[in-house]
Design a protein around this ligand. Structure first.
Ligand code: ARG
Length: 463
């Protein structure tokens, strides 16, 4: 039975009913719907808008419905139009007139805006905890490998020596920005739209501060049209999730490269790798690949939300029912990806010898060789040119900067002396990069400690 039967002469066509219905995906907000209704009924009772005794009956029964849904004694009717309609129907079936009074001074429009906020606040908290765990793992690993020399790349070409710890902390920085973005999103969505009604508020003397307080919001929204039609909080969260997924995807791409035979910088634990049905030797980084692949979904979810909202006049339009599947999928995707990704990173075996070997090839100390000449008084641009011709000479004669004789060095410039070998040693190149933000082992340890302290001070989304 539909809510609007007074105005209509026919039942909704079955296929259309299914098309119109959101119960298949909004039933996951059942507990939030109950929470919101309890706060609304409590406030209605306190303000004398409904009989306080009746308000109490409503609250008790809603709690009971919540319990029955949780333990499975009550099932959600898939024929209901949405979770709000189902709850009101169930309550009325149990309480009669008292149930029918719950919707006084409320519309499904402010109700759904409330439920989604309550639900997403919890999602933010969960995702925050997972990302927090990831940054912690990265800091600990970075400390462990603060001195592991590896090649740093630009254009995927060996460029300059860095440390593995430094590389990991680059992701630590990205994910800690994701944490602060989540916190921002949580704070901005932390306002209560209940009382906005369908669009124009209500004539009942509601205490909107009270409902906001009961539900743990910082306060009520301040414009009824905005209260029911704002979905910024969905778009903002989807955008934060898309960015975090892009970070995970870049990291995944590197993990995939690193565990190939061409790199062999790491080996993934068997528990986070898969085999091949035909090639017995294969060990595949499927988890990292799936994370990279699923990033497309998260970007798609953000696009769905932005496109769905862009042409909507104020206030509520049914288009907005489409917000839920997109934002729920985005949350689920990041949640699932982090669930698999964090332990995968935690358990990966790092192979610093192979990193060191790779760093010894590709002339990644050429900049340091040029800097050596600068130290002897040559202008950088000249030093750069001479080092370039040294590299070309090495390639012609299958040598490296380390294996060139001093005579060969001096044939290129007389400023070269026997201390050049020390100056271009990989450890020296890395250790010397002590500038703030640089890859030197002592910097990495210091930055890891700083990040860990920051994590401790921001242990939850609420502080
Ligand atoms: N199921 C609807 C949604 O998710 C609830 C709001 C319905 N409001 C309306 N005026 N039809 O958006």
């Amino acid at each position: 039975m539909k809510l609007w039967t007074g105005r209509f002469h026919k039942e909704l066509d079955q296929v259309t009913n299914d098309f119109n219905s959101s119960i298949s995906f909004d039933s996951r907000m059942a507990q939030e719907d109950i929470e919101g209704s309890i706060a609304h009924a409590t406030m209605l009772g306190e303000c004398g808008i409904i009989d306080p005794a009746e308000a109490e009956k409503i609250c008790k029964e809603l709690e009971q419905i919540g319990k029955e849904l949780q333990d499975g004694t009550l099932e959600i009717d898939p024929q209901a139009e949405d979770i709000h309609t189902f709850m009101e129907g169930e309550l009325t079936a149990r309480l009669g007139d008292a149930g029918k009074r719950l919707h006084t001074a409320r519309s499904r429009n402010d109700q759904v805006a409330l439920d989604v906020r309550l639900y997403l606040k919890k999602q933010c908290e969960t995702l925050y905890g997972q990302l927090h765990g990831l940054v912690k793992v990265l800091c600990e690993k970075a400390q462990q490998y603060s001195g592991a020399v590896m090649p740093g790349y630009t254009h995927l070409q060996r460029a300059q020596p860095i440390t593995f710890g430094h590389h990991l902390l680059a992701y630590g920085e990205m994910f800690s920005r994701d944490l602060s973005r989540l916190k921002d999103a949580w704070n901005r969505m932390n306002v209560c739209p209940l009382g906005s009604g369908a669009l124009a508020g209500t004539t009942y003397p509601l205490n909107r501060f009270r409902t906001a307080e009961l539900l743990g919001f910082s306060g009520p929204t301040h414009n009824s049209l905005d209260g029911v039609s704002d979905r910024d909080f969905c778009m903002e969260l989807a955008s934060d999730i898309a960015i975090a997924m892009v970070h995970l995807s870049r990291f995944s791409e590197e993990i995939i490269l690193w565990c190939s035979w061409e790199f062999k910088f790491i080996e993934l634990d068997d528990a986070f790798s898969t085999g091949s049905s035909i090639m017995p030797q294969k060990k595949n980084p499927d988890i990292a690949e799936l994370v990279r692949g699923k990033t497309g979904r998260a970007i798609g979810d953000l696009t769905t939300l932005l496109t769905m909202m862009k042409g909507l006049p104020l206030a509520y339009n049914k288009d907005m029912q489409e917000d839920k599947e997109a934002i729920f999928d985005a949350c689920d995707t990041l949640h699932m990806c982090l669930t698999a990704f964090v332990p995968m990173v935690e358990t990966m075996r790092v192979l610093p010898e192979n990193m060191r070997k790779a760093a010894a090839k590709g002339f990644i100390n050429a900049t340091d060789c040029a800097d050596y000449l600068v130290g002897k008084g040559l202008p950088f641009r000249d030093a750069y040119k001479i080092t370039g011709s040294l590299v070309a000479y090495c390639m012609e004669h299958s040598k490296t900067l380390e294996t060139l004789s001093l005579e060969e060095y001096q044939a290129h410039h007389l400023l070269f002396d026997s201390d050049v070998y020390e100056a271009i040693s990989l450890e020296r190149c890395v250790n010397g990069r002590k500038v703030l933000g640089g890859p030197a082992p002592e910097n990495v340890s210091g930055e890891a400690q700083r990040l860990l302290k920051e994590l401790e001070a921001n242990s939850s989304i609420h502080n």
